[in-house]
Write a protein that binds this ligand. Structure first.
Ligand SMILES: [Zn+2]
Length: 608
């Protein structure tokens, strides 16, 4: 076998570099809104590229002169398998192997580059005369892969395209101006959606049987209900954004609890968004820290049901939603979920002139606790009850001033308590004996959390008109964390800074743990609903508002829960889109509380 000419490596190197530079320039030119100076990003990308090119060129020469001529078929297969194993290790190792850091991955990339070089050289030898050309082309493709442009992100923070101008022909433009028609005859609020994070029938049903949830029982009488299918990835901010938008995580842009914003380069205030290809990212990981920021409202790329309602003239009220900071400039009002933790932030209440009064009402009011003597087993739960009742009562004040047709109230505490206290709620589900004094102290935290929600529901049903339509929805259920094999005592309460220990998280959830759906109102047909999942919620809310369901939502409006007279008055129509021409969505907004927020997420076992 004729050995490869030494010039092949150099030729491929030149070709690859040329292609890399071209691709890098194209990437930078096509990318708007990048927070770092383009030349720094470009220099880093190019450096990574050059490193890869030099390594590959060197290996091609080395392999051609020293190795290939002598290698047996078995050696080549072994080398190929080793290369493949290394690829798998680097690509997935970080996720699978504890302690496998970005730095380790970068080091492992070196033998990986050698394996790639071996394959290229082998190919060049085999095809002889055209080998140089093929190696060059392959290398150019590789270079472009390294530096290819990221998906463009449009829109200024919070703006989300031009909100005031509805593109002609979209559903919002066709439907705009409905509010007057609706509000004249409808109760305020007409549709109330209550989000209970993590609520599950398997906990609810026994409590209902024991008569502990009288208001939920009253709502269920004559209601439609369902085991609501959840989704993957099973992270609350992701699922709730799907619930409110009817879109997949890929479409709506909320992928996790945090957004990885890229590398922090000394001397520059904003982190740099390097091309999202694996080797470039790994190379940069060697030298720069990454910054991650909790997800914020402005990241959402598509409209939520309240944006659609607003576009058609329907006012809304939003309280305590999971991804709700900064608040949106809704027609109606919104209180951010950040309110109870970070009252010093801006953007907690819309309209903004209400922020001060709202903060005052929420922080300086102890009415809730006086209502509930003996109800609360732990200080943490007492705090939950206090803040949730206060939030609702403050919402009523804003609702009075800003009548809303659609009102949404979300609360998260149930998910937290189920994660932390599941082994005390269901000690039999674990392979080890759960400490009895723990069961004694914490055994009813989860139950009492449901009782709190029941009380709040009762308060809502008293405050709102008779003919209001209710929807209660949860994003997933809960199950025992079977990976635990021993008992670790829980902290007295989550308000004390807990040690970071994943073994404290005894409840977990996945796509296999269904949430709940309850619907009750004058237009609702009672009975069990089958095959409903989180994608069906946004279409169903739109149908309940009498708005067409757009074609670009994957789910369906649950027509079987609507009475014939409701459907005669508001037939479920399906067509078009509500989305504007310009894409929404921008980078998460960093705040000084980010570390604190991450600490809270970590304590609950949501992030590592
Ligand atoms: Zn959740």
């Amino acid at each position: 076998m004729k050995p490869i000419s030494l010039s092949t490596g150099r030729y491929a190197l030149v070709l690859g570099l040329g292609a890399g530079i071209g691709a890098g320039l194209a990437a930078r030119a096509g990318q708007t809104g990048n927070s770092g100076p383009w030349w720094v990003l470009f220099a880093i990308s190019l450096a990574a590229m050059v490193l890869a090119a030099v390594a590959t060129g060197f290996v091609m020469r080395f392999a051609a002169s020293r190795f290939i001529q002598k290698a047996s078929t078995r050696d080549r297969i072994a080398a190929g398998l080793t290369g493949t194993a290394l690829v798998v290790l680097v690509l997935f190792g970080q996720k699978w192997i504890p302690g496998f850091s970005a730095r380790t991955a970068a080091v492992v990339s070196i033998p990986l580059g050698l394996a790639a070089g071996f394959v290229l050289a082998e190919l060049a030898v085999r095809v002889r005369s055209t080998g140089t050309l093929i190696a060059g082309v392959l290398f150019a493709l590789f270079a472009f892969f390294l530096l290819r442009p990221d998906a463009p992100r449009g829109g200024a923070p919070g703006a989300g395209g031009d909100e005031n101008e509805l593109p002609p022909g979209t559903l919002a433009a066709i439907e705009s101006g409905r509010a007057e028609l609706l509000l004249d005859e409808a109760p305020v609020p007409a549709v109330v959606v209550i989000g209970w994070d993590g609520a599950a029938w398997k906990v609810l049903r026994p409590l209902l049987e024991r008569g502990m949830l009288p208001h939920i029982a009253r709502l269920l009488d004559g209601a439609a209900w369902s085991e609501l299918g959840s989704m993957a990835p099973n992270w609350s901010p992701v699922i709730w954004t799907t619930i409110w938008t009817g879109k997949s995580p890929k479409e709506h842009g909320i992928r996790w609890f945090l957004e990885d914003q890229g590398h922090v380069i000394p001397g520059f205030q904003q982190p740099a968004e390097l091309p999202a290809t694996f080797p470039v990212q790994r190379f940069a990981d060697l030298f720069f820290e990454r910054r991650s920021v909790p997800v914020t409202t402005n990241m959402r790329r598509v409209k939520a049901v309240w944006n659609i309602a607003n576009d058609t003239g329907i006012p809304v009220g939003l309280t305590n939603l999971l991804v709700s900071w900064p608040v949106e400039e809704v027609l109606g009002f919104e209180i951010s979920g950040h309110m109870k933790f970070y009252p010093d932030l801006d953007g907690l209440v819309h309209p903004p002139e209400e922020q001060e009064a709202t903060i005052r009402a929420l922080l300086n009011n102890d009415w809730a606790l006086e209502d509930a003597p003996g109800l609360i087993p732990t200080p943490w739960l007492a705090n939950v009850y206090r803040s949730e009742v206060n939030l609702f009562r403050e919402s009523l004040r804003l609702l009075e001033k800003n009548p809303a047709y659609l009102y949404i109230f979300y609360t998260h505490s149930l998910d937290s308590s189920q994660h932390r206290y599941w082994k005390y709620h269901a000690p039999d589900e674990f392979s080890f004996a759960v400490a009895e004094d723990g069961v004694e102290t914490f055994g009813d935290v989860i139950e009492q959390n449901y009782v709190i929600y029941d009380r709040l529901l009762g308060e809502m049903m008293t405050a709102f008109p008779e003919n209001t339509t209710y929807m209660i929805v949860s994003d997933h259920g809960i199950t025992a964390n079977k990976t635990l094999d021993r008992d670790i005592p829980a902290m007295a309460g989550l308000e004390e800074k807990p040690e970071v220990d994943p073994e404290l998280v005894s409840g977990k959830h996945s796509k296999q743990d269904p949430g709940i759906l309850i619907l009750k109102g004058p237009g609702i047909e009672p009975g069990e609903v089958r095959d409903a999942d989180v994608y069906d919620i946004a279409p169903t809310i739109l149908a309940l508002l009498g708005l067409p369901v757009p074609d670009d939502m994957a789910g369906r409006a649950l027509e079987e829960v609507m009475t014939p007279s409701f459907l005669a008055a508001k037939p479920v129509l399906r067509s078009g889109t509500y989305e504007g021409a310009s894409p929404r969505g921008s980078r998460a907004i960093a705040t000084e509380h980010d570390d604190e927020m991450k600490e809270r997420l970590r304590a609950l076992g949501y992030i590592d």
